[in-house]
Design a protein around this ligand. Structure first.
Ligand SMILES: NC(=O)c1ccc[n+]([C@@H]2O[C@H](COP(=O)([O-])OP(=O)(O)OC[C@H]3O[C@@H](n4cnc5c(N)ncnc54)[C@H](OP(=O)(O)O)[C@@H]3O)[C@@H](O)[C@H]2O)c1
Length: 288
């Protein structure tokens, strides 16, 4: 059985990953407080002892506002910590998956969907950290997959944390019962986390390189929120709960969608976001 080490193992993505693959791989899931990726010696010791075949590096500070307000802390985790993980991969000969983000394109002025050939121009600390880490890892490692994820969504699962995501954010609006502004000037790929996880083991068999990952989507953020309420049987609450925010991004639509044609060539395909939302709600039998 191949040995797989996860960093950020308790997070939204990796905790769900472990549920799915715990009998397919020998998984060693690491996270704070025991294994801090900024502790270079600890990382080297843990990697040397476990001697993984593959590493999925999921640890990060992914909160954009926190990173903008605390750039040094963000850099120490998202860049320096990532380099510690990469050095340890090199030492033990492990193949590394680095999880990057669509946010590397958040300052680009042209519209998406962006291909892997487009030059990213991030305008947030988080996006800049991820792009810098991509570049430094590329110089250091040959056996490296860089996966730029779109924004993931899912529903609560046992022993798995939640992070802000379009589906849960919209359900939270219902729970709070407070009319909330949602922009119709933003377009992103929104990907069902379990659709990604179900296909994830195929990544280990594709050539190394940079890949864009996730759903295609032609609907604005506002339209997706309306769709979610409809799918939950709450169409009659749309007017009370959602306010179409036409002011936000009105001068320049925010479009950070990713083109996923490259990964599709290797048989890794994703639904359109609208179908993925329906699938998730159906799988969880989540109706009100
Ligand atoms: N979720 C998305 O939509 C999305 C989209 C694009 C890319 N990504 C990337 O995918 C990866 C996983 O994301 P996620 O949504 O699962 O995020 P998450 O839930 O925030 O998971 C990240 C994990 O890393 C841990 N961590 C933070 N600082 C650490 C440190 N110094 N040492 C070790 N672990 C540390 C966090 O612990 P604490 O919670 O205790 O801080 C958390 O358990 C991240 O690299 C993220 O940038 C996610």
């Amino acid at each position: 059985m191949k040995k797989l080490l996860l960093t950020g193992g308790n997070g939204f993505f990796c905790s769900r990953f472990t549920k799915k693959y715990k009998t397919s791989y020998e998984i060693f899931s690491t996270d704070l407080p025991e294994v801090d990726i900024t502790d270079e010696k600890k990382i080297m010791d843990v990697f040397t002892e476990f001697n993984p075949d593959y590493v999925i590096h999921g640890a990060a500070i992914a909160n954009t506002d926190f990173c903008n307000n605390n750039p040094q802390i963000a850099y120490s985790v998202n860049v320096t910590g990532t380099l510690n993980v990469a050095r340890a991969c090199k030492r033990v000969g492990a193949k590394m998956i680095f999880i990057s983000t669509e946010q590397v394109f958040n300052g680009n002025l042209e519209d998406g969907p962006y291909t892997e050939e487009n030059v990213p121009n991030p305008d947030t600390v988080y996006g800049q950290n991820k792009l810098e880490a991509e570049r430094l890892l590329g110089e250091m490692l040959d056996e490296l997959w860089i996966l730029r994820f779109t924004w993931l969504f899912g529903l609560p699962e046992r022993n798995c944390p939640m992070v802000p995501n379009i589906l849960w954010n919209t359900i939270s609006i219902v729970l709070e019962g407070k009319r909330t502004k949602v922009t119709s000037n933003e377009y992103r790929g929104l990907t069902y986390v379990n659709e990604l996880i179900d296909q994830f083991s195929k990544i280990f068999n594709i050539p190394y390189g940079v890949y864009h990952i996730g759903s295609k989507n032609n609907l604005s953020r506002y339209d997706i929120s309306c769709l979610i309420l409809k799918e939950l049987g709450l169409e009659n609450r749309i007017g009370d709960l959602l306010e179409n925010d036409v002011e936000k991004y009105k001068n320049h639509q925010r479009d950070i969608r990713l083109c996923t044609d490259k990964i599709a060539k290797y048989g890794i395909n994703f639904s359109y976001t609208r179908d993925a939302i329906r699938r998730c709600i159906k799988e969880f039998r989540f109706k009100v």
